[in-house]
Design a protein around this ligand. Structure first.
Ligand SMILES: NC(=O)c1ccc[n+]([C@@H]2O[C@H](COP(=O)([O-])OP(=O)(O)OC[C@H]3O[C@@H](n4cnc5c(N)ncnc54)[C@H](OP(=O)(O)O)[C@@H]3O)[C@@H](O)[C@H]2O)c1
Length: 252
């Protein structure tokens, strides 16, 4: 797509699943990717496998270290055309076993780090710049219909959705729009871990939860790509569900 060539797009969660696929897609579209990950070896390997590795920049950042994020501002481009917050951690834990430390860890990676990165992007964007910036956070259908034990995960995702509404208003003057994309079940390592924790061993059974089965990472990045492009310029402050129509059957 001509639209993407030479644009600067930041992606978190680049070492696995949806974020990894996003980086591959943007690489093939001529984007300069600013890839954020906590593990330098993993990220070097990811970037090394792309078609145009020289075009991209690696930013090593543990999103748990929220207080340190602002210190990396000089590694960000001045002109940011897009940001996809794909990093995230899942959690299935009943309230009685929840410590404040656990609550903090989930919110830091899933939500607070998103705010800190947006702060840098917004501060660096001058009001005189006439291009649109599209900021996307990956929420989840759990934001509105989480299962037992998903209190922390669901709340962190609902926070992203709420922030996308308010931040769209706060930064419209700078032509920054915010949206969230909320998938159902996607075939990634996160889903494999969730199935283990929730005691679901049969993928074909879990596939029955969505009309078209488990989504692939490409099913999600196709939508993210559209949302990053100016073709979606009128979509602002909203949340797009990729839930496969909901369950055809329900698991116990
Ligand atoms: N899979 C699904 O069914 C599903 C459904 C709805 C929403 N989502 C959301 O989609 C997003 C991507 O999920 P996924 O399935 O692709 O997950 P994934 O395969 O587990 O990948 C998660 C990514 O987040 C990174 N990450 C985790 N903690 C980090 C930290 N402290 N600092 C920096 N990076 C960190 C991981 O890095 P490491 O490689 O270093 O661990 C990894 O690159 C998440 O926000 C998730 O909540 C997923």
């Amino acid at each position: 797509m001509k639209d993407f060539i030479g644009k600067n797009i930041i992606v978190t969660g680049c070492t696995s699943g949806i974020g990894l696929e996003m980086v591959k897609v943007l690489d093939s579209e001529g984007v300069n990717v600013f890839a954020i990950a906590r593990n330098e070896d993993k990220l070097t390997k990811v970037l090394g496998q792309l078609r145009f590795p020289e075009r991209h920049s690696a930013i090593i950042m543990d999103l748990n270290e929220v207080e340190s994020i602002s210190g990396s501002a000089s590694l960000f481009p001045e002109k940011v055309h897009g940001f996809v917050h794909a990093a995230g951690v899942e959690s299935v834990i009943p309230l009685r076993n929840m410590s404040y430390h656990m609550m903090d860890q989930i919110m830091k990676v899933n939500f607070y780090s998103f705010l800190e990165i947006v702060k840098i992007i917004a501060k660096q964007k001058k009001v005189t710049y006439d291009f649109l910036t599209s900021i996307l956070a990956i929420s989840s259908i759990a934001s509105g219909s989480g299962s037992k034990g998903q209190t922390l995960y669901s709340s962190s995702k609902a926070s992203l959705e709420a922030a996308s509404v308010t931040l769209s208003k706060e930064f419209s003057r700078k032509l920054i729009r915010f949206n969230t994309v909320k998938p159902g079940l996607v075939l990634t390592e996160m889903t494999t871990r969730w199935m283990r924790t929730a005691g679901h061993s049969d993928v074909s059974e879990v596939s029955q939860l969505q009309l078209s089965g488990l989504a692939t990472v490409s099913d999600v990045t196709n939508v993210l790509k559209f949302m990053l492009s100016d073709d979606s310029k009128h979509i602002v402050g909203t949340s797009i569900s990729l839930d496969g129509g909901g369950p055809k059957t329900t698991l116990d």
